[in-house]
Design a protein around this ligand. Structure first.
Ligand code: ZN
Length: 287
């Protein structure tokens, strides 16, 4: 930890449930976090559905956990009207679920190029996909604003532009907030996706406290062996986490530090209590 940056407040640590999803179901994750004194959680929809929405919400409340975000909505581009309506309905349900679990925001992974019915990429029109995303977010905002659930656009690393998200930088996310209005719309800053961006500091400042809705932690491993499932534990990679945190705090961010690690060959194979204890320790020592 550099001396210029203070140790993070331990109560800000939140666990994105993807981090131990291979070892535990949601009720175990909730009780495991509570038992270790972790105060926040960010559940995924499939895990909530498996437990049952009402029961999941009740267990989270009973454990006294804050919900730093709900994962996830988005995937707006669709090849036809039926697909767009399905995405719209599903995103509205995600807003409702996020309200039920008491989430601070619904995280949006916005989707990439158009896919056909079998999930194969069906178009090279990246600009077209981005305008579908703009329209989709704009449409969902009408619903989420009246429901009172903030939407957090998560820019994803450009390696996912084709298949997961064609919003790839903080600047793009800020532009979208400018265009659609940032009442109930902001950004989820995930260090894994944006650490490399030379505009990161400026774009965090541009976003400011109002738009900075979530802050996700992990680390970038060298070498990275899988585009999706080889994220590192904080401190094991090359991201200057205290530096990025200092930019977030200077911009006014006071929210959770959410650990989100997809790690098929390492952390998903370890004892989940060891994983959570490591998150607690690394949060205090390298974040
Ligand atoms: Zn994330």
């Amino acid at each position: 930890m550099p001396e210029s940056v203070s140790t993070p407040d331990p109560s800000l640590l939140s666990i994105n449930t993807a981090t131990v999803r291979q070892q535990w179901r949601l009720p175990d994750i909730i009780s495991g976090c509570a038992a270790l004194g972790i105060r926040g959680i960010a559940p995924w929809r499939d895990q909530v559905a498996e437990t049952g929405l009402k029961e999941a919400a009740q267990r989270i409340r009973d454990a006294g956990l804050l919900v730093s975000g709900y994962c996830r909505g988005g995937m707006f581009p669709a090849i036809d009207g039926a697909g767009r309506r399905a995405a719209r309905d599903d995103n509205r349900r995600a807003v409702d679920e996020a309200l039920t679990v008491g989430a601070r925001c619904l995280v949006l992974v916005v989707g990439g190029l158009l896919k056909d019915g079998e999930g194969r990429i069906a178009s090279k029109d990246l600009a077209g996909a981005r305008s579908m995303v703009r329209d989709g977010v704009g449409d969902l905002l009408e619903y989420s604003r009246s429901a009172g659930m903030p939407l957090a656009i998560e820019p994803l690393h450009p390696m996912y532009a084709a298949d997961r998200a064609c919003i790839n930088t903080m600047a793009q996310a800020n532009d979208l907030c400018d265009e659609l209005g940032d009442d109930g719309l902001g950004i989820a800053v995930d260090v894994y996706h944006v650490w490399w961006d030379r505009e990161l500091k400026d774009q965090i400042e541009r976003a400011g406290d109002k738009r900075l809705l979530a802050f996700h932690f992990c680390d970038w491993l060298v070498p990275t062996r899988d585009l999706l499932l080889d994220r590192g534990m904080m401190g094991d990679g090359v991201i200057d986490l205290p530096l990025i945190r200092s930019w977030m705090e200077r911009a006014g961010y006071r929210g959770a530090h959410e650990v989100e690690i997809f790690s098929a060959n390492d952390w998903w194979k370890r004892d989940p209590v060891e994983v959570l204890r490591t998150c607690i320790h690394r949060h205090q020592t390298v974040c």
